[in-house]
Design a protein around this ligand. Sequence first.
Ligand code: ADP
Ligand code: MG
Length: 465
Amino acid sequence: MAQALQAEDKWKLFQDAVQEGVSKSNWQTWLSRIDVDFDDDPPTLLAPSEFHLKWIQDKHGDLIRSTYREIFESPNGPPFRVVEGLPPELPLEPADEPGDQMPTSMQKQSTLPETNLISRYQFESFVVGQSNRFAWAAAMAVSEQPGTHYNPLFIYGGAGLGKTHLLNAVGHHASEMYPDLVIRYVSSENFLNDFIDCIRRKRPDDFKHRYRGVDLLLLDDVQFFEGKEQILEEFFHTFNSLYESGKQMVISSDRHPRNLSSLESRLRSRFEWGLLTDIQPPDMETRLAILKTNAEFAPRPVPIEVLEYIAGLVSDNIRELEGALTRVTAWSALNRRDIDLETAQRVLQDMIAAEEPVALGPDEIIRTTASSFGFSVDDVLSPSRRQPLVMCRQVSMYLCRELTDLSLPKIGEAFNRDHTTVLHSVDKVKRILRSDRAVFDRVTQLTQDLRKGEGISTRAEGIHR
Ligand code: ADP
Ligand code: MG
C-alpha cells in the first residue's frame, strides 16, 4: 500500500514536470491523456492509440524519458503500452450529452471554453497537398505572426475540404506561440446567436467586448451572413474595429467573396484587403495520405489497396472520405476480421450506388431515424435523456453529419442542441459502430435508405452478416 502511494506521488510529480515542459494545448491534447500502470515495476505508461504514442514519442520523447528516469529513479525506460479506449479518449461516458451532466473537465476534451477551439483540429493532423498547400502556408504564417502578414486571411472552398480544421489549427498554434493572445473561434451562426442573445438581454456591450477585445478572431462560414442585414452591420463594425487595432482575422466561406452576392460591397471589398486563398478538392495522392494518417487509428491494419479503393471512391469531400474509412474499420473491428478489398467494397456498396445523390435535410434524417427506432420526431427533439432514445438521437446527428454538408451549429439547431453536443454524439457513434453490431447494421441500413431516398426500410435486419 505504502509503495503504491509512493508511486502515485511520483506519478503526480512526473505529470507536473511534463506539463511544465510543454504548451497548454499539447498538454491538453496529448500528454494529459497518458495514463500509468503501477502494477509494473517500473510503471508502464499507457497511450490511447498507436498514433498517439508515436506522436508523443516523436515530439516529446526526450522530455518524457528524462523526466521519467529522474523521478522513477530508473536507468532506462519508460516502457509504453497502447490501451485502446483508454479514458479520456472515451471522455464522454457515461453521460450522454455534454452541457448539463458532464463535468467541465471532460467537456474541455472537445472544445476549449475560453477560445472555443476544437481540440482535434491541429496543424499536426492536417495533411498538406497540392490542393491546400497555399491555404495551409498562409494559415501557418498568420498563426506564427498574427496581425502582421495578411489581414484578413480569407479561406474559401467547398464543404468538407478542411476550412474549419485550418481555422482551428491557426488558433491552437497561435496560442502555443503566444500564450497570452486572446483567441476566439466562432461559427457565423454562433456569432449571430451571441448577438441576438446580448441584444435580448440588453447587454450589447457584452457582445462588443467579446468580439472586439480579441487579438485573433477565427470566423467560420461567413456565407451564413448573406441576406442578414443587422448582423452584417454589426460584423462590419467588428471588422473595422479589429482591423484598425491591428488584430488578426481569419475568415472562411464556401465561396469567393465576389460570389457572396447579397453581402454589401463595402464588406466584400474588405475581405479582399488581406489574402484570399482557396482550398481545392484533394488529389488522389492527398486523399491517400489522409486515409493513411487516419488508418493509423484503426484497430487492425488496413491494406493499401483498400485505402486506394476508398480514395478512388470519394473524391471531393474529406469528411466523406473519413466516413467511408470509419465504416470499413468499424466493420473489421466488429467482425474481428482483417479487412480486404472485397469486404470493403461490400461495406461501401451504397456509396457506389449513389449515382444521383438525393438532397437530404435534417428533417428527413430525423424522421427516418426516429421511426426506425420506434420513436416520434418529437421524442428525438425532446430533452429526454432516457435510453434508447439518446442513442436514436445520436445516430440521427451522426447521419446528419455524414450525409449532409450542414455545419455543426446548423445540425445542433435542428435538434435544439448546441454544436458541442453534436460533435460529441458523432464521435460517440463512430466509436460504438466498432463494438455494437446492431448499431452498425442499423446505421448501414439507414444510410442506404436515406441515400436512395426511400425513407424507412421495412427490412428488419442489416446486410452485413
Ligand atoms: P470544412 O470546414 O471545409 O467543411 P472540415 O474542416 O470540417 O471541412 O473538414 C472535414 C473533415 O476532414 C474533418 O474531419 C477534418 O479533420 C478532415 N480534413 C480536412 N482536410 C484535411 C487535411 N488536409 N488533412 C487531414 N484531415 C483533413
Ligand atoms: Mg466547416
